[in-house]
Design a protein. Sequence first.
Length: 187
Amino acid sequence: MIAGGRGLKMVRVLLAAAAFLLGMTPALAQSPTIALAPGDAAAVRVDPGGAVAITPEPGRAQWTPYELAAARHLSGIPAPDRPEPYAHDLPSDGSIPPPPPLERGVVRFKFHSIAGRHSLLVIANGYERAIVYRARMTEGDRTRPTDVCLVVPGNHGFEHWPHPIDRLEIYDLRLVDWKEGDPLPCA
């Protein structure tokens, strides 16, 4: 037992530190990292309080006709010389088949290698709110952040890199309000 003076101050400091750390725990639990290698997938659910639950699906990123057509289109575009500030739509000229149905209340990530020369992240947003997140990519022994774009509600999003990526980490995933006509920012 600690009595009076300095000992009581130490107990107060320890209690304050414990309360601070306990208060931080939910925030840390809300932002887990999703690690994907080419060919991997993950299903993500976000509860109303913002907590994120991840179901990894290693080796389960199967191509759909929609994703193949998007990959052909994106890998045929010249690489920009700097990050794009806004997302672009896929062509609506009939060259892209319709997307597969979305699973409501789930965000599904699939990470593909395009012939070992390009990388493609497919995001299927089954929520009625937009998804924003951050990402880091690893090439060899070098890991660095990469720009990614908002994914609109009830839609698919694509991130394309004109080079191979060994590992992609997705973190700080959040649902945000978005309505038709709002910008599609990338950061």
